[in-house]
Design a protein around this ligand. Sequence first.
Ligand SMILES: NC(=O)c1ccc[n+]([C@@H]2O[C@H](COP(=O)([O-])OP(=O)(O)OC[C@H]3O[C@@H](n4cnc5c(N)ncnc54)[C@H](OP(=O)(O)O)[C@@H]3O)[C@@H](O)[C@H]2O)c1
Length: 323
Amino acid sequence: MDDKLPSSPAEQRDDGPPCSRVLVTGALGNVGREVLRALAARGIAARAAVRSVERARAVLGPEADVVALDFLDARTFQPALAGCDALFLLRPPALSDVKPTLNRLVDVAVAGGIRHIVFLSVVGADMNKLLPHHAVERHLEQQSRTGWTLLRPGFFAQNLGHAYRRDIVEDGRIYVPAGKSSVAFVDVRDVAEVAARVFAAPRAHAGKAHTLTGPEHFTFLEVAETLTEALGIHVRYQSASMPGYLLHLARRGLPASQVLVQTVLHAGLRSGQAARVDPTLTRLLGRPGRTMRDYVHDHVSLWKTAPAAGRNPAPGSHAKEAR
Ligand SMILES: NC(=O)c1ccc[n+]([C@@H]2O[C@H](COP(=O)([O-])OP(=O)(O)OC[C@H]3O[C@@H](n4cnc5c(N)ncnc54)[C@H](OP(=O)(O)O)[C@@H]3O)[C@@H](O)[C@H]2O)c1
């Protein structure tokens, strides 16, 4: 659902010039990698902001435009932004204190004359102060010098190949606190395509929040059946209690702050909140989004091997998968 819609066809046509170079944070992660691809497909230059330039060059290739940026080191912000006119802002999951990190980067970007910021938020962040994204959204909304757009995706289909991959590969199960509820999984390839469309026509999306879900919803039982059929191994769904899930994440070695945020993000699943299909993605892309089944069938090899113990798959490990 759009928070604000264009008031007239004339306003809809007034897209403004495209951004010319976008600094992409989280560039080696699930979403960032796809944003780099989607920008390249639209002919918009992108600079990957990464913690390790060496690793980024190994993943993205020696020709890639790569710059060092660490949210925990504000001295890296201004040099990373130099020469860019737009920013794709992503909150790394392990980062919960956004004031000295993401919001500080926003301040540096605004002061440096960045034209447009797209923030990858999460569905419901406007209403839930427990989510770190809430404070970033408010911070962006409070400044008026730079255009901004909020993307609020629902549950990623990529969680199956990332956060849940170890459970699926090692234990043959999906273990989440969802009960019998459904989820309108969204594919980050589609989220990235929306981001690229915003950077191509920033004025048309300025001051808007786009809620992005997939076109169909599925129960986790249906997800397990889809994986079983696609992988040829038995995958079962076991609904977790909230304390059981907390313990499970802690045993997986996640830091306490991340355990808390991930549990809050999963809390809405059981109530059915994540089942709601929103038409915005289909409208913005001009086609239906990819479904959970599309994601699984495009990425079957992901579940053929387990990630290293204690780790989720390395960000960017989807590089060779189907697009
Ligand atoms: N999962 C879902 O269902 C879902 C749904 C809606 C919204 N979201 C939101 O999506 C975001 C996560 O996106 P994602 O899945 O693409 O994340 P991801 O795959 O975990 O990637 C996170 C990226 O952030 C980078 N990073 C970590 N710490 C950093 C630091 N201190 N400074 C600079 N970069 C840093 C990582 O770099 P390295 O490569 O160096 O590690 C990595 O590239 C979260 O804000 C989450 O709440 C998730």
